[in-house]
Design a protein around this ligand. Structure first.
Ligand code: SAM
Length: 239
């Protein structure tokens, strides 16, 4: 999978994606990226990439003509995405669909955002990483890329891991425990692993995990139960 990043800060890539499993996958060639500096396509001595908004208001807007030139410099754009707080929220399901594209071109905004016309003219899909505003699209693009890269075949090593994760079946994941079976915390608590997990009874363990998943989802993310009723393996909560 290949990512083109249209950005004013190409040095922000690959950042954390150059480390750990995604870093090894990058070295292996499971994924690649090309960070295009939008400013290289600006005209004039000052190489301006932004201008004041029509209609007035605070801040600056990134120019459509400069962004378009940077886009046209990319040999194969594939599916085009603009990272934007106005976009549809990124979900695990959307990440799974996105990895079916061989190439994604991701536009990272700065300032107040980008001239709408470049998004309309080139069919950018707007994707948000959450209901908060960042100062630029680069960290958002890194998050979207991370969510995709770890789903690529071979990147995680053990594919079963992603099947059971939070959101994959519409629920949050159950809690995890490892050795020692009894752990003394520094503040004087003696904490045991839930007995069922050391029972060796796989049916009981699976039932307990399913119950825990459902309980956590009801407590923390009841919205998932509303929207994913059809996907849940567990019975959804009744109001
Ligand atoms: N004026 C914009 C608004 O209110 O929607 C916010 C602009 S923000 C300061 C600058 C850039 O950061 C945006 O163009 C976008 O690329 C990126 N950005 C900020 N928050 C984001 C989010 N939650 N998800 C995705 N991208 C985001």
């Amino acid at each position: 999978m290949h990512f083109n990043l249209l950005t004013l800060f190409p040095e922000m890539f690959p950042a954390t994606l150059g480390l750990s499993l995604s870093g090894k996958a990058l070295e292996r060639g499971d994924w690649s990226y090309n960070a295009v500096n939008i400013r290289d396509f600006a005209q004039g001595v000052h190489k301006n990439v932004d201008d004041t908004p029509f209609g007035g208001g605070a801040g600056m807007v990134m120019r459509a003509d400069v962004i378009e030139k940077s886009l046209l410099s990319v040999p194969t754009t594939g599916h085009k995405i603009y990272m934007s707080p106005r976009g549809k929220p990124l979900t695990q399901a959307r990440a799974k669909q996105l990895i079916t594209h061989d190439t994604l071109t991701i536009l990272c905004g700065r300032y107040e955002g980008v001239d709408q016309r470049v998004l309309d003219a080139h069919d950018f899909e707007e994707i948000s990483i959450g209901d908060y505003v960042l100062s630029g699209g680069e960290p958002a693009a890194l998050i979207l890329m991370d969510a995709c890269i770890r789903l690529l075949p071979g990147v995680m090593g053990n594919t079963a891991t992603t099947d059971e994760e939070s959101f994959s079946n519409g629920l949050l994941e159950y809690p995890h425990y490892t050795r020692p079976a009894t752990w003394e915390s520094a503040n004087g608590q003696s904490l045991d692993v839930p007995e069922v997990l050391t029972s060796g009874n796989h049916k009981r363990i699976n039932d307990w995990r399913e119950e825990q998943s459902l309980k956590l989802t009801q407590e923390r993310r009841p919205d998932l139960l509303d929207t994913n009723t059809q996907q849940n393996t567990c019975k959804p909560a009744q109001d």
